[in-house]
Design a protein around this ligand. Sequence first.
Ligand SMILES: Cc1cc2nc3c(=O)[nH]c(=O)nc-3n(C[C@H](O)[C@H](O)[C@H](O)COP(=O)(O)O)c2cc1C
Length: 260
Amino acid sequence: MDAIDKRKSVRIYKETFLSADEITKILHMIENPMTGPNGNEIELEFIVEDLDSRKGKIGTYGFISGKYGAILGWCQKERLSYIDYGYVLENISLKLVDMNLGTCWLGGSFSKKNVIDAMKSSQNGIKSIPAILTVGYEAQGKRLRDFLISGIKRNRMDFNECYFDKDLNIIDDKDKIKILEAVRWSPSAMNRQPVRVIWDESRVHFYLVDAKIELKYIDMGIAMCHFEKRAKEMGMSGSWLVDSNAPDTAWLYMNTFVLD
Ligand SMILES: Cc1cc2nc3c(=O)[nH]c(=O)nc-3n(C[C@H](O)[C@H](O)[C@H](O)COP(=O)(O)O)c2cc1C
């Protein structure tokens, strides 16, 4: 199973904090700023601390338990930057899953003040922290409790409601389906799944159904990360751009992946 298939939100962590070796690996992973598909540089910080034992907890009460750290960064308050933030941090999340660690995005259920207090850098006011990623060892056998805490079922919308060919018909190509399944199972805030895709030959256009809140743009970046990773695994590379000829729809157009 690859990291995309293995990944799920982990809100209940073991009572053992990350090992020194894992901490070093994570710090190494984020030591340089990373560039997202829209060209924004994202600098991440790792709060290497058992965040549950902190006086000012970062997870809203009851949402996250056990011992965990968090990866986060300052992001320009602008939609393409939010996309890049989601893309870059999800890339890290999938690497952590490959290390057998559990992760969870938090958009609403964290205390901004306490997170900022725990960070080394401050760009408060100029930039924001739209969401953070918690990381720790998954406590086994806690899925039901996790569901009861979050109240969110881990299901997804039907494939054919979200992904279409250029004539807005259903997609039946097996490889395309395999790649888009990686998008379908990407995490999204409140599991709202706001991303829609139109696959037109070598151009794959990404849209948002509901773009009123900033977290949807994070969801978009995450979905784009999953798309690119799975496509690459299947031998398809390409690059991201904004395509002025992308089909006009009732959804909000964001980015296009152009296959080589
Ligand atoms: C941007 C973003 C913000 C999220 N915020 C929260 C949160 O505040 N609290 C929470 O428990 N889960 C949060 N989640 C996790 C989602 O609820 C979860 O991804 C979704 O329910 C799908 O479940 P899965 O990740 O296990 O596939 C967030 C996910 C994303 C992508």
